[in-house]
Design a protein around this ligand. Structure first.
Ligand SMILES: [Zn+2]
Length: 493
C-alpha cells in the first residue's frame, strides 16, 4: 500500500470530462476523418459518403465489403502510427450486419495492423448497443438494467413511496436521474410501441410505487398524478430535438444532406429514420420536416414548440383514457398538466412536510378508487363477500358511507368536517351541499374548479390539507376498530 509511481508529464491528451475536450479532440482527429471521407470507400447513402460516424475517440467505419472495410481500417491504423497513439486492440471489433433476405451474416476477416480484429455479436458505439440485426431490443434491455440500478441507488436517499421524501421531490429525482438512462439513445432507433413495452411497464410500476398506489390502479392515474408522460412521448421528444439540431447544421454537412435526400426520395413512406420522423411530426401537428430543414428555428424555440405539441397530444390522450375508468371518477383529470405534478400531491411550504407525507397515501388511494372497502372487495372477489360495513353493520361500505356516514367513525369526523367547512368559507357553503358534492370536495377539491391555473391555490391547498387530515384520521380509526373485531368478521365471512 501507499506505493506511487514517479511523476510524469502529460504532453498529449485532453482533460477528462472537460467542456472543450470533445471539440479539441475533433481538431486533433479531423485529419483522419478527412482521409477516411475522401478515400471514398465504405458506406454511402445515395451519393453521400457516411463511412465513419465518430464521436470524439469513438470511431466506427461502415461498409458492405470486406475489402473496403479493410482499406478504412488500414487508413485509421496508419494514422495512429503516424501520430504515435495506439488503437485499443480489444476495443476494436468487427460487427457483421445481418442480411435482410437471407437472415445470415458473413464473418469478415479484417486486420488491424498485423492482428485480426475479433468478430462480435454486439458492441457499443457512443454508448448505444448495436447488434447485427440493428434492432433496439438489446439496447432497451441494457437501458432497463441500468435504470433499475440507478433507481435502487436512489432508494436509500428516500426515493420510495410511504415514509420517504415528498412525492414532488421523488418525481423530480426520478425524472432527472432515471428517465434519461431509461431512454438513452433510443431516439436513433425510434422503436415501436411494442418494443418499448418493458420500459413503459417499468415506468408505470415505479410511478405507482412512488405515489404509494397499488399496481392495480388504473394506468392513467399514475401519469395524471405525477405529471409525467409515457416513454414513447419522451423518445419522440428526443428524436425531434435531434432533428432540430440537424436542421441547424450547415447545408454541406453529411447529416443535413442525408436529411434532404431521404425526405425528398422517401417522404413519409420509407424505412429511413427521416421518414419515421416525418410521421412523428404529422402525429403532433408540427411543421413539415422539409420546411424546418429549409428554415430552421433556434434551439430553444424548437424545444418550446415540440414540448408544447407533444405534451398537448399526450395530455389529451391520457385524459380521454382516464374518462373510461369508473375508479377515477373523483380525480380531477382536467388538472393533468404534463411536466407538472398534480396539485393533490403538492405539499406547500406552509405545511408540515413529514406529517403530510404520512397522510398523503390514504387520500391518493381513496381518490384513485384503490382503497380497500367492503363494497369494492365484494365487487372484485369471487368469494361471497358481504358489502355491508363491518363496523356499523347498517349499510354497504361505499366511499360515501366510509367518509361521511358510518356512525362508528362519527366522533373522528365531526371536528374535521367543521374545519373543512370553515376553510371553504362563504365561496363554497360546504355544510349546505348535498353529500355527493361534499364527497367530491373531500376526495379532490380541485375537481370543483374548472380553471387549471386557478389563482386561489393557497385557499384550495388549505381545504386540501383538511381533507387529507380527515381521510387519514378515518383510516386510522377504521384500522383500530377493525383490529378489535374477531378474525372471521374482519374478512367479512
Ligand atoms: Zn359503517
Amino acid at each position: 500500500m501507499g506505493n506511487t509511481s514517479d511523476e510524469f508529464i502529460i504532453e498529449q491528451g485532453v482533460r477528462q470530462g472537460g467542456i472543450l475536450s470533445a471539440d479539441l479532440y475533433k481538431v486533433y482527429i479531423n485529419q483522419l476523418l478527412d482521409r477516411l471521407y475522401y478515400c471514398g470507400f465504405g458506406a454511402k447513402i445515395g451519393d453521400i459518403i457516411c463511412n465513419a460516424p465518430t464521436c470524439a475517440d469513438d470511431l466506427s467505419t461502415l461498409g458492405d465489403s470486406t475489402q473496403e472495410l479493410q482499406m478504412l481500417c488500414s487508413i485509421a491504423n496508419d494514422y495512429s502510427k503516424m501520430e504515435r497513439y495506439e488503437l485499443q486492440p480489444k476495443k476494436s471489433v468487427v460487427l457483421p450486419h445481418l442480411k435482410k433476405r437471407s437472415k445470415t451474416t458473413d464473418t469478415p476477416v479484417i486486420f488491424l495492423g498485423d492482428q485480426q480484429m475479433p468478430v462480435v455479436d454486439k458492441t457499443t458505439h457512443v454508448g448505444v448497443v448495436r447488434t447485427p440485426d440493428n434492432s433496439p431490443t438489446t439496447a432497451i434491455q441494457e437501458n432497463l438494467q441500468k435504470a433499475r440500478r440507478t433507481l435502487y441507488s436512489l432508494m436509500s436517499a428516500g426515493l420510495h413511496g410511504e415514509n420517504g421524501l415528498d412525492p414532488e421531490t421523488c418525481i423530480h429525482l426520478f425524472r432527472t436521474y432515471v428517465i434519461p438512462i431509461l431512454t438513452y439513445g433510443l431516439e436513433i432507433y425510434l422503436p415501436s410501441p411494442n418494443d418499448i413495452r418493458p420500459l413503459e411497464m417499468f415506468l408505470k410500476k415505479v410511478l405507482k410505487q412512488i405515489l404509494s398506489i397499488p399496481v392495480t390502479t388504473a394506468d392513467p392515474a399514475s401519469f395524471i398524478l405525477s405529471g409525467l408522460v409515457p416513454v414513447e412521448a419522451i423518445i419522440h421528444l428526443r428524436a425531434l430535438s435531434l432533428f432540430g439540431n440537424i436542421a441547424l447544421l450547415d447545408d454541406s454537412s453529411i447529416e443535413k444532406r442525408l436529411a434532404y435526400r431521404q425526405l425528398t426520395i422517401h417522404g413519409h413512406t420509407g424505412s429511413s429514420w427521416f421518414s419515421n420522423l416525418a410521421i412523428i411530426t404529422t402525429k403532433y401537428e408540427l411543421p413539415n420536416p422539409m420546411e424546418i430543414l429549409r428554415d430552421p428555428v433556434s434551439k430553444s424555440q424548437w424545444k418550446t414548440v415540440t414540448l408544447r405539441a407533444v405534451y398537448a397530444y399526450w395530455g389529451r390522450r391520457i385524459k380521454q383514457q382516464a374518462l373510461t375508468y369508473s375508479s377515477l371518477e373523483y380525480l380531477s383529470v382536467g388538472h393533468y398538466n404534463p411536466g407538472k405534478i398534480h396539485p393533490l400531491l403538492r405539499i406547500t411550504e406552509t405545511q408540515t412536510q413529514s406529517r403530510e407525507v404520512n397522510r398523503l397515501p390514504v387520500k391518493t388511494k381513496l381518490v384513485t378508487g384503490t382503497y380497500s372497502l367492503q363494497s369494492t372487495r365484494a365487487a372484485f372477489n369471487n368469494l361471497d363477500v358481504d358489502p355491508t360495513c363491518l363496523l356499523c353493520k347498517t349499510s354497504a361500505e361505499t366511499l360515501e358511507h366510509f367518509i361521511l356516514h358510518c356512525t362508528k367513525l362519527q366522533h373522528v369526523r365531526v371536528q374535521i368536517l367543521c374545519d373543512i367547512a370553515s376553510a371553504c368559507g362563504e365561496n363554497i357553503n360546504f355544510s349546505q351541499l348535498c353529500t355527493s358534492d361534499q364527497l367530491r370536495i373531500i376526495l379532490d377539491v380541485y375537481s370543483t374548479v374548472d380553471v387549471v391555473h386557478n389563482k386561489n391555490t393557497e385557499y384550495l391547498a388549505e381545504i386540501d390539507r383538511h381533507t387529507r387530515r380527515l381521510c387519514h384520521a378515518l383510516h386510522c380509526e377504521r384500522k383500530k376498530l377493525f383490529a378489535l373485531l374477531p378474525t372471521r368478521r374482519r374478512y367479512g365471512l
